[in-house]
Design a protein around this ligand. Structure first.
Ligand code: GLY
Ligand code: MN
Ligand code: MN
Length: 540
């Protein structure tokens, strides 16, 4: 190699290395995902296969799609972040014709320069195999041609099909094609998940009371005329052409057929994945802690920057700007910024009020960092100072929250924190004269107090007892909408305080405590200058 060529190659290598370093590297490791697959396989029943589908693109309007988000279970098991893929895990070793053994198989979209020019790089089969540490990777095209004898497995483990996606013309093999192919080759018939019109018609027959059989028979007759394959189905033909006695007989045959789905199991995966996901592993905790700290920082910056003439949208923007500044890829759920009465809508995401002046502003937002999402709520006065009524409600919710957090102790039942928080709120509402008796049924605290967080904001779990390394929210609230049956002075006050709590051997650890919670600490921080005060844009 000439000296110049050597230098050029070296520079190229350095540049490639350097540019490779310019993307986030702190995602969960491939080993993490591989170990999770191994753990799931250990729990799978003998002679079973798990077939798990990724998410797909969702259309926003015309030729614009929503930003893609991977299915969290799929991500947990693979680390793969592209749409339209299939994971198959086998309880027992499989062997191909060449004698190669494997117990996991990932189908990924194939490399496609034209697609990648517009939509970004795909890993492709080779890189996916190496990078994601899979025994075996094939393309999704191959999924459509591989003939799996699904009926040789004692159990086929599945998540419920949601059937809320469409067959896109823009992707050569998408989730729709993959699911339809799977359902056809596995002879799958599920409730509300109907792969072919033939099976849809069976479902229709099953659901039709015999007195309505005539009109359904007519309808099926029309379908048979439109589709020659249906004309070969003797059950459908008989149902559509013969009288009631036959229709009755066919209905019972169809019922039997649809009932014989012994090897499909929709329970195992959700239950087992909940058990695995509810306890966070060290790698997960690192990312979750970061997502939570970022979200707390968003609250801190907004506390400093808040001005009465701000809009809910602008407040949302400051939080989300802080998230992005820290490199968080998304919000974990649509941001909730509700001033005054808007705060009474629990998942208010319009965030459209143009001036928050005079109100309490309820801000429930969470950054998603490398897949893990926080869920943090602070409620602060737009003016920087709580009114007497706002303070009374706020301090009641805070007292309930502190008592709830104290119950987040390994061994305690999950509902314990909620029960304790609710009792305090009921007593407090009574003492403030908002309800007539501590036992009065009311609508001022209409939600639960705790849920797991993780890859999902409402992460799956068994919700039995608290265990070490669970991360849960504690989020009591009081919401008094305009027109409530109490003194008007309380109307339009909504307070939720939500923190993310790690259960440890030593007790609860509040991972979001960098965002102040007491009235004094909030008012003090709100008196601070924000650098955003200098950020002025020209009037348009
Ligand atoms: N942000 C939704 C919740 O608090 O559960
Ligand atoms: Mn929550
Ligand atoms: Mn929340």
């Amino acid at each position: 190699m000439s000296y110049q060529r050597y230098i050029v190659s070296l520079c190229t290598l350095v540049f490639v290395q350097w540019s490779a370093a310019q993307v986030p590297k702190d995602f969960l490791s491939a080993t993490f995902h591989k170990n999770r697959r191994a753990e799931l396989r250990k729990k799978m029943p003998a002679n079973s296969v798990a077939v798990i589908f990724s998410n797909t693109m969702r259309n926003r309007a015309n030729d614009v799609d929503y930003v893609f988000h991977q299915d969290p279970n799929f991500y947990y098991l693979t680390g793969f972040r592209e749409p339209n893929a299939v994971l198959m895990l086998f309880s027992d070793m499989q062997q191909d014709n060449a004698g190669q053994r494997y117990n996991e198989l990932l189908y990924v979209p194939k490399k496609d320069p034209r697609y990648e020019l517009w939509n970004g790089k795909r890993l492709g089969m080779k890189v996916a195999k190496k990078q994601l540490l899979f025994d075996r990777v094939r393309t999704t095209e191959q999924f459509l041609t591989d003939s799996w004898q699904f009926n040789r497995f004692k159990k086929i483990l599945l998540f419920k099909f949601q059937d809320d996606f469409r067959n896109s013309m823009r992707s050569s093999v998408d989730l729709y094609d993959l699911v339809v192919h799977f359902k056809n080759s596995a002879n799958y018939v599920g409730r509300r998940t109907l792969p072919t019109s033939k099976q849809q018609l069976y479902q229709l027959i099953r659901a039709t009371p015999i007195e309505n059989a005539a009109s359904v028979a007519q309808y099926i007759g029309r379908k048979i005329n439109e589709d020659a394959t249906l004309a070969k189905d003797s059950l459908l033909v008989t149902y559509s052409t013969k009288e009631v006695a036959f229709q009755k007989e066919i209905r019972s045959k169809v019922r039997q057929m649809l009932a014989v789905q012994g090897n499909f199991d929709h329970q195992f995966l959700p239950r087992t994945m909940a058990t695995m996901r509810e306890i966070k592993r060290p790698e997960e905790l690192t990312l979750l802690r970061k997502a939570i700290r970022i979200s707390a920082m968003g609250q801190v910056e907004v506390m400093k920057a808040m001005k009465p003439n701000m809009s809910e949208t602008e407040i949302q923007g400051i939080h989300e700007f802080v998230y992005k500044k820290y490199g968080a890829e998304y919000e974990g759920y649509p941001s909730i910024v509700g001033a005054g009465n808007n705060g009474c809508i629990l998942h208010y995401i319009e965030n459209s009020k143009t001036k928050v002046a005079g109100e309490l502003v309820l801000m429930d937002l969470g950054a998603e960092y490398r897949g893990y999402t926080a869920d943090v709520t602070r409620t602060i006065p737009a003016s920087g100072k709580f009114s007497v009524e706002q303070k009374a409600i706020y301090e009641l919710v805070l007292k309930a929250q502190n008592a709830g957090i104290a119950q987040c102790v390994a061994g305690n039942p999950f509902w314990k924190s909620g029960e304790v928080a609710r009792a305090i709120i009921n007593k407090g509402l009574f003492e403030l004269g908002i309800i007539d008796h501590p036992d009065t049924k009311h609508q001022y605290f209409p939600h639960g107090t705790s849920h797991h967080i993780g890859l999902d904001v409402h992460d799956p779990g068994n919700y039995n007892n608290f265990e070490v390394n669970m991360v849960v929210t504690v989020e009591p609230g009081v919401y008094i909408p305009n027109g409530s049956p109490c003194d008007k002075k309380w109307w339009g006050i909504a307070v939720r305080i939500e923190d993310d709590i790690l259960i440890t051997k030593e007790g609860p650890v509040n991972l979001s405590d960098e965002a102040p919670r007491t009235v004094e600490a909030i008012e003090k921080l709100m008196r601070k200058e924000s650098v955003l005060n200098q950020f002025k844009l020209p009037k348009l």
